[in-house]
Structure formats: structure tokens, C-alpha cells
Design a protein around this ligand. Structure first.
Ligand SMILES: C[S@@+](CC[C@H](N)C(=O)[O-])C[C@H]1O[C@@H](n2cnc3c(N)ncnc32)[C@H](O)[C@@H]1O
Length: 424
């Protein structure tokens, strides 16, 4: 386990200097290709777990240090061990011994002694340390203070539940491809293989236990995809019918693109500004045996790529802070800055009016974010409608969605915002 602790510390250190967690893990694993699958899995669990609870762990560590540790990797190793002791409830002495062993690979000779002393002090003083941080928001919720303040202001009733939901382990949800099979048949197939799942939407299943995709029946042949149940609301809401011309304006990696094509035979243009991410759309569609025209281009500058034929439907799944999906992307809590909210809102305010010009009269545009911040959601829509006299907001036709379109993160789904606009 000391190898997993060390590698997790390396990945977390990279995140705290601005790198996203999945690319940090990938980079670390690339340099340690000899490790076992168990060490690999443990390293990932420790990295995710430590960052999920980073606010609490750093508050527990600070009083145990006489002065801030300049060796940031060693600090991260301590955080990983504290995570195991505090959240994982792993065997205390084993965790400490392994962390001391891991510290043996650090240059300063004193690293082992320091790790040993700090972790043993933590075990002795745990109750007092926890009592001392109980009124500290960042330590209690493990989010930055600005994020807590914003949610408290925007959701006076629900902010705590939303923060806590974002700290849970994410479930694994599947979308059954109704073009290839039925829900009943697919559930029976899972059953026959001893895989238990709950039906949580028209085509959404929640696995009781996550599985590697290779073990999901029918994954490689496109009978099923991995997609959060909240994200699965987009395609049915867009209400695209056979033969329609549809634009999926920010499509990568293609989760919603595939769903749209599973539900109707469309003339679909799937656009994304990131050519690399667009390759993932292609491989997703290939797996599902579905076709769309793929284009790497800027949705905010259609003059460069639009052929002048209006679209009947547009899906605008715009770039956003991703504040609604932090249980899957735990690093977002620590990578985002408060100013990012305004900067994403500006990008959205560039994309939305540009796409509006491409919509046919009577056509519908579904605006989507995976954010919970008002600036990116209803405030963005209110500002748009004020300026756009031919736009009206329609009620949403999904029993899972509240009328305002803001889906809070909860046990069965992530947090999303949906707004349906029609050109009149
Ligand atoms: C929320 S993700 C889309 C998720 C995707 N719809 C799905 O369901 O799999 C937002 C996407 O917008 C893309 N993007 C950001 N700015 C863009 C722009 N100006 N034009 C087109 N795509 C953009 C990003 O590359 C990213 O892939």
C-alpha cells in the first residue's frame, strides 16, 4: 500500500498546482507501468478520496505542523494517510507504518520521523482536532469558502444537502440503447449475470456496484453506454423527430450525441471546438453504430462553418464550471477560482446568441449546463431573453425536473440545469 500512497501523493501534488486529476493520474501511472492492478486501483481511490475531503484533511494537518511544509509532495503523503485514518477508517497502525515506509523514499532523512510523529499525534489528538474545526466551513464541507458562500446565498434551503451530495461516491449509471434492445430485456440480461441495478429513468439504470466497462454486457456492441441519469434527460427533452436537422453544438465526448441518434433518425451536425475530444465522439458513435457529421469549430463563430440552412433543434451543452458534477470530478472543487464563474458565463453569453441565429422559426434550443451556479443558468437565460425578442422559454416536460430546470445533485444523478427556448 505504501506505493499507492506515494503515487497518490504525486498525483494530488500535481492537482494542487493546477493539473486536472485524470491527467495527473495518467501521467503518474505512465512512469510506473510496473505496478499491479491492485496498486493502481488503490492509488486512484486514495487520490479521489483525499481530494474529495481535502478541506477537512488540510484543516486537520495544519495544527499538527509547527510550520508549513515546503516539501509539497510530503505534505500530500500526510494528507493521503490522514484520509485513510479519518475517512477510510483503515487499520491505524498499518496506515502509519506504510506511510512511514513511503516517506523513506523522500530525500530529507527526517521525513520518516516527521510522518511517524505527525500521524501518531493525530491519532492521539483526533477528537480535540475534530472539535476545533467543527465551526470551520471549509473543513466541515470540504469546498472552498467562496463556493460555500455562493451556494448558501443562491440556495438558502438546500445548500448543505447540495454540498454533501457532491461529496458522495458517484454511482455508475447506464443508458440502454432502445434502438437495439428494451429495458426489460436488458435488465433480464443483467439479472442473468448476477448484476443488480435499479431502473431510474426511461432508459437509465443505476448499477448497485460499479463495473469496468469490459464487464458490462453489450457495452462493446453499443447496447448500452455509461451516462449519468441527469445527463440522460437532455436527448428526450430536445424532442427531435425523425428527419429533423439538428445541431449538437458542444458535443464532445458525445454522450448526448449518441442518445439523440438512438431516439430518432436525424440529420445531425455534431460540433466541438476541441478536435481531440471530437475523436472520442467518433469512437462512441462507431461503438453505437450511429452516424453524424462531425466538425471541429467554434460554436460562437458560425460564419466560418454554417451553410445557411436553419436547424430544427439545437442542443447547447455549453462549457461551464461543472459545479454540479464534483462527486465525479473531485479536483474541480480545488481547481476552480471564483472568477471562473464569470468567465464561463461570458463564454456562454457568446455562444447562445450565435447559435440562436441558426435556429429555424418555431425551432427549439435546449440550453444545458452541469453547473449549479445561477450565473451560468437561469440568470444567463434571463439576460438572453431580455435581449432576444423572438425567444421564449418553454416549460420542461420531464417528471424528474423541477419547473425551474435546476436538477440538484442527489443520490441517483448529478446536478444539471436545463432551459428550453423556442424561436417565435
Ligand atoms: C459540457 S461539455 C459537452 C458534453 C457533451 N455534450 C456530452 O454530452 O458528452 C462542453 C464541450 O464544449 C466544448 N466547447 C467549449 N467551447 C466551445 C465552443 N466555443 N464551441 C464549440 N464547443 C466548445 C468543449 O470542448 C466541451 O467538449
Amino acid at each position: 500500500m505504501h506505493v499507492a500512497q506515494l503515487l497518490a501523493a504525486e498525483a494530488i501534488d500535481a492537482v494542487l498546482t493546477g493539473r486536472n486529476l485524470s491527467s495527473a493520474i495518467e501521467a503518474v501511472l505512465k512512469h510506473h507501468s510496473h505496478i499491479t492492478p491492485q496498486q493502481r486501483g488503490a492509488m486512484q481511490d486514495l487520490s479521489y478520496g483525499t481530494l474529495r475531503h481535502y478541506g477537512q484533511l488540510q484543516a486537520l494537518l495544519s495544527p499538527l505542523l509547527q510550520k508549513p511544509l515546503s516539501n509539497t509532495r510530503l505534505r500530500c503523503l500526510l494528507l493521503v494517510a490522514l484520509y485513510q485514518l479519518q475517512q477510510d477508517r483503515a487499520g491505524a497502525h498499518t496506515v502509519v507504518d506504510q506511510a512511514v515506509q513511503a516517506a523513506g523514499s523522500f530525500k530529507p532523512q527526517w521525513a520518516k520521523g516527521l510522518v511517524n510523529a505527525i500521524l501518531r499525534n493525530f491519532l492521539r489528538q483526533r477528537d480535540a482536532l475534530l472539535a476545533a474545526i467543527q465551526n470551520d466551513d471549509v473543513a466541515s464541507y470540504s469546498y472552498p469558502q467562496w463556493w460555500i458562500n455562493k451556494l448558501r446565498k443562491q440556495y438558502p434551503q438546500d445548500w448543505q444537502a447540495m454540498l454533501l451530495a457532491g461529496n458522495q461516491h458517484p454511482p455508475m449509471s447506464l443508458r440502454v440503447n432502445l434502438r437495439q434492445t428494451s429495458m426489460a430485456d436488458y435488465v433480464a440480461r443483467l439479472d442473468a449475470q448476477g448484476i443488480s441495478a435499479d431502473v431510474v429513468g426511461d432508459s437509465a439504470l443505476l448499477l448497485h456496484k460499479p463495473l469496468p466497462v469490459e464487464r458490462i454486457p453489450g457495452f462493446s456492441s453499443g447496447e448500452v453506454s455509461v451516462q449519468d441519469a441527469g445527463a440522460q434527460l437532455a436527448a428526450p427533452l430536445l424532442d427531435a423527430q425523425d428527419g429533423m436537422r439538428v445541431l449538437d453544438a458542444c458535443c464532445a465526448p458525445g454522450g448526448k450525441t449518441g442518445h439523440l441518434l438512438e431516439l430518432a433518425r436525424l440529420d445531425l451536425l455534431a460540433l466541438d471546438s476541441d478536435a481531440l475530444r471530437l475523436q472520442r465522439v467518433k469512437s462512441n458513435l462507431d461503438r453505437l453504430n450511429l452516424q453524424a457529421t462531425l466538425l471541429a469549430a467554434d460554436a460562437a463563430q458560425p460564419d466560418g462553418w454554417w451553410d445557411g440552412r436553419p436547424f430544427d433543434r439545437i442542443l447547447a451543452d455549453v462549457p461551464c464550471t461543472a459545479s454540479g458534477i464534483v462527486r465525479r470530478h473531485v479536483d474541480i472543487k480545488w481547481l476552480r477560482r471564483e472568477a471562473d464563474v464569470a468567465s464561463f458565463a461570458q463564454q456562454q453569453a457568446r455562444i447562445l446568441p450565435a447559435l440562436w441565429q441558426l435556429l429555424a422559426k418555431g425551432g427549439k434550443l435546449l440550453y444545458v449546463t452541469c453547473s449549479v451556479f445561477h450565473e451560468e443558468n437561469q440568470s444567463q437565460i434571463d439576460g438572453f431573453i431580455k435581449q432576444q425578442v423572438d425567444a421564449r422559454q418553454l416549460p420542461l416536460s420531464s417528471p424528474m425536473l423541477p419547473p425551474q430546470g435546476q436538477l440538484h445533485p442527489a443520490a441517483h444523478h448529478d446536478g444539471f440545469f436545463y432551459a428550453m427556448l423556442q424561436k417565435i
